[in-house]
Design a protein around this ligand. Sequence first.
Ligand code: ADP
Length: 460
Amino acid sequence: MPLRIRLTIWYVGVLAAMLLLFIAGTSFVLYFQLFHQLTRFAVQDIETVEGLLYFQPDGKLTLNENYHNHAQSRYVLERLLEVITPGGQVIYRNERLGNNFLDQSPFAGEGVNGYSERSSRLQNGQRIVLVSRRHNLQGRPIIIRLGYEQAAIWSRIEEFLTASGTALPVLLGLAGFFGYQLSRRSLLPLRDMATRAEQITAEQLGQRLPIANPADELGHLAMSFNTLLNRLQQSFDRLRRFTSDASHELRTPLAAIRSVGEVGLQNSRTPSDYEDTIGSMLEEVTRLTNLVEALLTISRADEGRIELSFSQFSPLDLTREVIGLIEVLAEERHQEVSVSGVGSVRVRGDKLLLRQALINVLQNAVKYSPDGGKISVVVGTSPSGRATVTVTDSGPGIPLEHRRKIFDRFYRVDEARTRETGGAGLGLSIANWAIQAQGGQIRVEDSDQGAKFLIELPID
Ligand code: ADP
């Protein structure tokens, strides 16, 4: 069932329940008000009756014959009047009451010190308001009872119920109509949003939901949805860029292998020519393997499949270990690698990941420093109380405008220069991810000569 109809049904249902409750409550209050009004009248009338009653010389109780002349006493005719002795003997009943009696024998203290008011029934089942009062007439105690039929009260309540019963369906009908219009109108933006959302596909992620009123709940929903679309679009774009960049990077070494192979087949004759060809092809294969491994690391990191295993270790020891690995490369180019720092500094992190990050940064330092250049690594602490590893080389350095971007995937400062050296622009982005994953940071600092990378890590 559509939401707008369900809302309307709920709305009308709740309103109906409330109106019924209101009608019931009002009837109740009306009954009590009318009942008390009748009682008040009865009390006044008893006082009139008291003045009109007298005992004849023969002891017969009579109502003053001239009562018709009294404006108020005329009403007594319309009442039910009964006078009894405290012993319960009926000594007077008016015409209206006839052979009926108002109540059973008097109860103890009936009408003494005031008026006894109560609800009672005649023999024919008619409900009455009954008021009694004890009185001393010519030295004889009597109990005057005056009854009022409650029919008037019930007919008033009936009138009220009939009027309410007629108005109720009309009111509910109107409420239903306007409630439906209101919910339909308030849900209209939702329909527009749904229509627009149905049109959004992976190819059209640039589309956004319409926001009718940013301040209301639906506007808030649309904004949240749009923010989600923004994020989705960004990751889709990233993914697309990554796939196309990765394919591009893979294509280069593959094309190189192919052309080296083709040239080798066409021109080479001597075994040493073949050796050269195979050597070049293997070089490209190594480059390809490294690239595929980097891509795998990145995709595993993106999926969150790389689980960190934290331990305490000395960054100085780790740096020495990494330098041991890249020293061969540096020696080939007659570069000097120095390491210094505080051995007591200990960090808490994933040693393997940090090792990979350091390898990437140091490999770059070797790669981009000239033959015979100098690379220095210093381990220490920062003023903010973190462990630092600073890698400085004697290469061309990194221009200011590229310093942030070099940590992006596939980003190279100088395409032609770096492709030659074999980099795909992934090394620093992996290092950046690895360092950030353990609460650290890597950035390029100003330096007089060459590039200076500063790695900050949380101290244990
Ligand atoms: P690559 O595999 O191309 O070296 P990286 O992500 O490691 O990719 O580095 C990104 C780019 O940053 C490099 O292409 C290079 O232009 C620049 N770069 C990185 N390290 C250095 C450095 N020590 N000296 C100069 N440029 C560097």
